[in-house]
Design a protein around this ligand. Structure first.
Ligand SMILES: [Zn+2]
Length: 378
């Protein structure tokens, strides 16, 4: 049985450890101490040198019990960092059973609710002597900054048959079985400078060209599985000079790789046609930030999570996520992974909150998944 009081105390302790993205040194220390005290093997990579985060990715391993030596190796993943403002979190438990911050910071249930569930899982398995296979816990740094930690993880460092991220929005019982491929798009439009008052006809305004290009691009919701957006449209100069250069930074996402590539092509052609009509030039570049994934209810790791959810009285809800998470990276490494809903609300705002009952449900769910995986054979 999940021990609610112990779980809540652990959660309250974890959210009070400062861990804003890139500043994970303190939380990493606490996590090594916690999982180490519970007897798990501790591994740490050297991703911080590349990721620019203070924290490395952490990997804790719980060996299989004697009865479950043939069970598959599963893993759970959470991230140790939080968004800003996340320093000096003062959690408060309301009479309504909801845990909130004092309103000046985020709460950090994204993703410390997941980490607290991991620790409770280890304690319950031990206490109740539940047979289980090898269970790994991967806690990444820098997730909130374009998955910095997992993107700088050595592929193959984590070896598991399948696993679960504990880091999705939605009611507990929700399972994000698909998430998009994402590309960042970098465009530089080059026009020609001239005096805007004396001889504007000798210039080519990069602003006009870039505006035409963007206006021609399919953006926003492209279809059910595809989106695109610009976040930066930058030029700066005097009003008496025809602008020579504009820089744009955008993104495109799709659950289907071919659709992502089609979208990127459409963005590029819009740029090239606007440039060629106006005698300008452009540099169009994109970078695949992370791969996508897509499973259905027939995938064994999805089925197992659905069965576990039902066994504890939850209604499994399979859905497609519009955002990326560490689950994307692990799928890219060939480890089938879906993302479990945590029940946290209003994340990335100072109004973030989580119900104690949801903390308990998430812990119960990971216990049940581990129990069922321990009864399976590879
Ligand atoms: Zn998160």
């Amino acid at each position: 049985m999940v021990n609610q009081q112990r779980l809540v105390e652990e959660f309250i302790a974890l959210v009070q450890v400062d861990s804003e993205t890139k500043h994970e040194a303190e939380i990493a220390k606490v996590l090594k101490e916690r999982f180490g005290t519970l007897g798990l093997q501790i591994e740490e990579d050297d991703s911080s040198a590349k990721s620019g985060c203070e924290g490395n990715n952490l990997l804790f391993t719980l060996p299989a019990t004697a009865e479950a030596q043939d069970a598959p190796t599963i893993y759970f993943t959470c991230h140790m960092d939080t968004v800003v403002p996340g320093k000096g979190v003062k959690p408060q438990i309301g009479a309504d059973g909801i845990i909130r911050s004092d309103g000046t910071t985020v709460l950090g249930s994204d993703d410390k609710a997941g980490i607290a569930a991991m620790l409770e899982l280890v304690r319950v398995l031990e206490e109740e002597k539940i047979p289980h296979g090898i269970i790994k816990f991967v806690i990444t740094a820098g997730e909130e900054s374009t998955l910095l930690g997992s993107r700088n993880m050595e592929p193959g460092w984590v070896k598991a048959d399948f696993g679960y991220a504990i880091d999705s929005n939605g009611e507990v019982g929700g399972i994000a079985v698909a998430a998009p491929f994402q590309s960042k798009v970098y465009i530089t439009v080059k026009g020609k400078t001239a005096h805007a008052g004396v001889s504007p006809e000798k210039g080519i305004s990069a602003i006009t060209v870039a505006a035409k290009a963007v206006a021609r691009m399919p953006l926003g919701r492209i279809d059910k599985e595809t989106t695109a957006n610009f976040g930066t449209f930058f030029a700066s100069g005097e009003t008496n000079i025809v602008t020579e250069k504009v820089e744009l930074i955008g993104e495109a996402r799709s659950l289907v790789k071919e659709k992502l590539l089609t979208q990127l092509d459409a963005m590029k052609s819009a740029c090239e046609s606007a440039c060629s009509e106006m005698g300008a030039s452009c540099d169009f570049r994109y970078e695949l930030m992370y791969p996508g994934y897509k499973f259905d209810e027939t995938a064994p790791h999805v089925k197992l999570a659905m069965d576990a959810a039902e066994a504890i009285g939850l209604t499994p809800n399979l859905f497609h996520s519009g955002g990326g998470s560490d689950a994307n990276l692990f799928n890219g490494q060939g480890i089938p992974t879906v993302n479990l809903s945590v029940g946290y609300q209003a994340i990335h705002t100072v109004n973030e909150y989580i119900a104690v009952s949801d903390l308990v449900k998430v812990a119960e769910l990971v216990v049940e998944i581990s129990r069922k995986a321990g009864q399976a054979t590879k």
